[in-house]
Ligand binder design. Structure first.
Ligand SMILES: Nc1ncnc2c1ncn2[C@@H]1O[C@H](COP(=O)(O)OP(=O)(O)OP(=O)(O)O)[C@@H](O)[C@H]1O
Ligand SMILES: [Mg+2]
Length: 388
C-alpha cells in the first residue's frame, strides 16, 4: 500500500529509478495534510505537534483529513502496529533533553520507527549514522577534507560534518542505527553531545570552534538485543537515553494483516496488484509465532530455535513465495514452498535448529494434520523437505 502511494506521487522516471523511496516521499500527502490541520503547539524546530506525530505513526482509525484546495480527503494510515502509548512516550522523550534508544529483538520495526519519527518531526530521516564495529569517532563528530586541510589548514570549509553535527546545526532529528555495534569508547563520544548539546572543534579557533545544537535537534538510536548487548554501553551514556523496548506484534491477526500488506507493498508495480495467498500468510505467521514464543495457541510446548523468527523475516518469506508464483505460475502451490523457505530462515548458524524444526513438525504440525485440517495435512506431507 505504502509503495503504491510513492509511485503515485513520484514522477514516472524517478519512481522507476528509486528502489526504496524514503518515508517523506511515500507519505508526502499525509504529512502535508497533518501539517495543514495541526492546531496544536509545535515544539521549537518541529514540523508537527507531538499529537500529530503520534497520529502519523499510529493512524487516525480511518478518519480522513480535508485539506483546503485539495479535492480528495487524506487518510492517515497506521504504519506501526503496537501500543500507541509507546509511541507517545517516544515523542515526549524527543521533546526533552534526553536521547531516545529503541531496543528490541531483530525485525520489530525499530529502524522503521526511527525513520518515521525523524520524518514527522524534522521532515526527513536522512541524517543517519550506521553503527558498525568499525565506526570511528570522526564519523560521529566530524572529519576533514584532507586536500583542503593541507592546502589551507583547519578552516570551516575544510570541515566534513557528521550527520550529528549537521543535525545540531539545522535543529533536526539524527538517527543512529545499531549504536551498540560500535566500540563502547566510540559510543562514549555521544555523552557530551547529548548532555551539553554542544560539539567542540578544537582545531578551529574563534567562534566556529564550538557548535551549539539548534532547537529541534535530538538523537534516536536503535539497538538490537541479539548483537553486542546494551549491557556493554557505559552507565554514563545509558543515563543520556530514555530506553523504549519494542516488542514483537502481540496479536496474531494483526501480524497476519501486516505481513500480507507489507508483502503486497513490496511487490506492487504500477497497474498491477500482486496476489498474496491468504492461507500461506496464515500458516506461516502461525508457525513463526509458535517457534518465536515456544508455545502454540493450543498450549503445546515447542523447542524454540536460536534464530529470531521476526515479522520482518515473515514478510521476506511471503514476498519471495509470491514473487516465485508471479514468475513461475504454472501449477504453483504456495504452501508447498513454505518448508523450504522456513529452513532458510531457521538454519542460520546453528545446525541443531534443523532438529528443533523437525520436532515442531513431528509435534504441532502432525497433531493439527491428524485433527483433520487439510492445509496442515499438506504441510505435514512436506516434511521430507526439512530433512534434505
Ligand atoms: N510492529 C510493527 N509494525 C509495523 N511493521 C512492522 C512491525 N514489526 C515488524 N514490521 C515489519 O518489519 C519490517 C522491518 O523492520 P525494521 O527493519 O525496522 O526492524 P528492526 O527492528 O530495525 O530490525 P533489526 O534489529 O534487524 O535492524 C518493517 O518494515 C515492517 O514491514
Ligand atoms: Mg534496524
Amino acid at each position: 500500500m505504502a509503495k503504491k502511494t510513492a509511485q503515485k506521487k513520484l514522477p514516472g522516471r524517478l519512481a522507476a529509478e528509486i528502489q526504496m523511496p524514503p518515508a517523506e516521499v511515500r507519505f508526502t500527502d499525509e504529512l502535508e495534510a497533518l501539517a495543514a490541520a495541526d492546531q496544536q503547539e509545535r515544539p521549537d524546530g518541529w514540523k508537527l505537534s507531538p499529537a500529530a506525530v503520534v497520529d502519523f505513526i499510529c493512524g487516525r482509525d480511518g478518519e480522513k483529513i480535508r485539506v483546503p484546495g485539495k479535492r480528495k480527503p487524506v487518510e492517515i494510515t497506521r504504519k506501526f502496529i503496537g501500543p500507541r502509548d509507546v509511541i507517545q512516550r517516544c515523542v515526549v522523550t524527543l521533546v526533552g533533553e534526553r536521547g531516545l534508544l529503541l531496543v528490541g529483538e531483530p525485525g520489530t520495526a525499530k529502524s522503521m520507527l526511527s525513520e518515521l519519527l525523524a520524518v514527522a518531526i524534522s521532515g526527513s530521516g536522512s541524517l543517519t549514522i550506521q553503527g558498525t564495529a568499525g565506526t570511528t569517532e570522526d564519523q560521529i563528530r566530524y572529519g576533514w577534507n584532507y586536500a583542503m586541510l593541507l592546502d589551507r589548514g583547519p578552516c570551516p570549509e575544510a570541515l566534513v560534518p557528521s550527520p550529528i553535527l549537521s543535525g545540531m546545526r539545522a535543529g533536526r532529528i539524527v538517527r543512529f542505527e545499531e549504536v551498540t555495534r560500535c566500540l563502547p569508547e566510540v559510543q562514549d563520544s555521544l555523552i557530551s553531545i547529548l548532555s551539553e548539546r554542544r560539539l567542540m572543534i578544537p582545531e578551529l579557533t574563534g567562534e566556529p570552534g564550538s557548535v551549539f545544537a539548534a532547537p529541534g535537534f535530538n538523537l534516536i538510536a536503535t539497538a538490537n538485543l541479539r548483537d553486542r548487548g546494551v549491557s556493554e554501553m557505559s552507565a554514563a551514556l545509558k543515563r543520556r537515553f530514555n530506553f523504549e523496548t519494542i516488542a514483537p506484534i502481540a496479536d496474531a491477526r494483526q501480524e497476519m494483516d501486516l505481513v500480507a500488506t507489507a508483502a503486497a507493498a513490496a511487490l506492487a508495480r504500477p497497474g498491477r496488484q500482486p496476489h498474496i495467498d491468504e492461507a500461506l500468510v496464515e500458516h506461516l505467521v502461525t508457525i513463526f509465532r509458535d517457534l518465536r514464543s515456544g508455545r502454540t495457541p493450543e498450549g503445546w510446548q515447542v523447542h524454540r530455535p536460536s534464530t529470531v523468527m521476526s515479522t520482518a523475516e515473515a514478510v521476506a518469506v511471503v514476498t519471495s513465495i509470491a514473487r516465485e508464483a508471479a514468475f513461475f505460475p504454472s501449477g504453483f502451490d504456495p504452501l508447498s514452498r513454505l518448508p523450504g523457505h522456513l529452513l532458510g530462515v531457521v538454519i542460520k548458524d546453528d545446525a541443531t535448529d534443523r532438529r528443533r524444526l523437525l520436532a515442531y513438525w513431528d509435534g504441532p504440525v502432525k497433531r493439527r494434520a491428524e485433527e483433520g485440517t487439510a492445509l496442515w495435512k499438506r504441510l505435514w506431507n512436506q516434511r521430507d523437505q526439512l530433512e534434505s
